[in-house]
Design a protein around this ligand. Sequence first.
Ligand code: HEC
Ligand code: HEC
Ligand code: HEC
Ligand code: HEC
Ligand code: HEC
Length: 478
Amino acid sequence: MSMIKVLLLGLVLAACGGGPKDTIEQLQDPSTCKECHPKHYQQWSGSMHAYASDDPVFIAMNKRGQRETSNQLGTFCVQCHAPMAVKLGLITADSAKDFDPAALPPTARGITCYFCHNVASVADTHNNGLVLAMDDVMRGGAKNPIDSPAHNSAHDPAMAGLTNNSTMCGSCHDVVTPRGVALERTFSEWRTTIFKEVDPTPGSGLPLTCSNCHMTATTDVIADKPGLNVGARSYGFHDHGFPGIDQALTDFPETMAQLDGINAILKPAVAIKGAMPRSGPQPGGICVEPQMGGQITVRMDTFNVGHMFPSGAAQDRRAWLEVKAYDASNVLVFSSGVTPDGMDPDDLGDPLKGFFWDRTFKDDMSPAHFFWDVASYTSFLLKPPITRVSTDVGYDHSTTSVFSVGALLPNIAVITARIRILPVAYSVLDQLIMSGDLDPSIRSKMKVLDTQAPVAVWTKATQDPVTRCNPFPSPTPP
Ligand code: HEC
Ligand code: HEC
Ligand code: HEC
Ligand code: HEC
Ligand code: HEC
């Protein structure tokens, strides 16, 4: 191992002819990068990539999984959540059962700068098939990098947003379990969408890869240290905060920035939209239908989401539609999905309409709470756009939930609807707390997030007289 490293280092230095750089060991420590890339470092330090191996739910789940499979999981979980620990041989199939990030050096915790920036090739579409060069070349999307005193640099099309085909991110963001279940599928979902299409027509904006959407570009210097003669690059600086759904559940840097990032990405991403199927312009998102025995319909969709919603850990998430209907005196006469704080929507006992997560089952079809138990799943998720041809089946990727309210309908004066998401179901946390693997104090840190502001509202007074839908503006496709 160390022999190979020495050889590679020799090769690169010979090839580039640069001055002496930092050692590979130094480059593997994210704090080395802080000196010249302070903003990248600060954003990354609060990201779920930095948190991936400190995440208490991860630690608890890995511990329980190892116990319940007699350590058959080996490095399966750690290879993605602390990939450098496995590459450096600090965690092995034997030691993975006692995985404790506190015992690891910073070079090996979470998904480090070096790990992403040293990828030489992608050997597989899932389960982290990234092969590292283990050299001192930092690969990125910036063209013609000036000489860096710390490392050699390379412009790599496999890193740059427009040309990377999502393969680098995708290889970790698709999980196939040891028993062959494709449980987390963000990358394979993306490959079915319009966003993977290459369309050079000006204005098409395609393709949109993972990093195009998740690493917003701004015009700034990309290295910033007094004495470095670095010029600004237009749209050269890419955000490294990677906000999505999850937040740190223990003390961690940049928690406010992460929450701002989550709100910014999530709020516009899913919404109530014009009711279908209806002819003519789509007037609104919530409709009433007296004919069908008295119904409320709510049509939902994703907007510029490059995969399902939720995606990835969709088996642990709980996303759902909450509907409330009031009479003229503001008394609640009908509701669905109104979930008290600290409770899962599936524990309400409601018939569950408009719920979005993956139901996972064991061999005997009883519910499976954890990866290693999962034999099969049924998917209920909001869909992304898969075609740009308006006459194709599948062009309309919306989902409509229908609620039968019967004779209540004439009394209903106001209806509100919103889509909510719980990052990890309380039932998953409770299972881990009960088995002694998770600290019970983590439960109260788990909070529901709301999408779309303001909440969609229908009123009898302002409904469209023909369609009986609210005049809620429909965001434009996709
Ligand atoms: C192929 C790489 C990969 C493997 C293998 C993997 N994970 Fe993950 N894990 C991810 C990614 C990517 C996410 C983020 C997904 C998302 O946000 O939707 C994630 C998210 C999580 C989360 C946070 C969200 C949640 O569901 O609570 C936990 C906990 C977790 N993984 C535990 C595990 C455990 C335990 C294992 C092993 C049984 C494991 N992971 C195996 C890539 C992986
Ligand atoms: C002593 C200063 C210094 C340190 C320390 C440093 N860099 Fe750099 N880095 C630079 C300079 C200068 C550039 C080139 C900037 C330019 O051309 O605009 C650069 C460029 C890069 C690029 C862009 C390469 C490309 O062409 O796309 C990446 C990626 C990178 N650094 C990653 C890292 C990582 C990861 C670390 C920590 C392991 C690190 N750097 C540490 C100074 C530094
Ligand atoms: C999850 C993978 C990942 C991690 C972790 C990561 N980066 Fe990056 N980084 C990228 C990608 C992808 C790009 C290229 C974006 C593009 O050009 O579209 C990039 C670009 C860069 C660049 C070039 C300038 C820019 O913003 O495009 C620098 C410098 C850089 N990263 C430094 C760092 C540092 C320092 C860390 C750790 C503190 C880090 N990165 C962690 C994926 C990562
Ligand atoms: C080494 C594997 C790996 C690579 C490569 C990787 N990720 Fe991740 N990513 C993860 C894991 C693991 C998590 C979840 C950590 C947790 O919550 O415990 C995650 C979390 C995320 C999240 C936050 C999800 C949430 O629910 O909050 C986003 C967004 C994300 N990754 C996007 C990307 C993008 C974009 C790239 C490529 C530039 C990328 N990832 C590359 C493993 C990886
Ligand atoms: C067209 C823009 C777009 C593209 C392309 C895209 N995403 Fe996303 N992604 C979003 C938006 C918007 C959200 C927030 C809504 C949500 O959670 O799905 C999101 C959320 C996520 C999350 C948190 C998901 C969850 O619900 O648990 C992860 C992880 C993620 N993206 C990873 C990826 C990866 C990996 C790729 C590439 C294979 C990718 N994204 C491509 C827009 C995009």
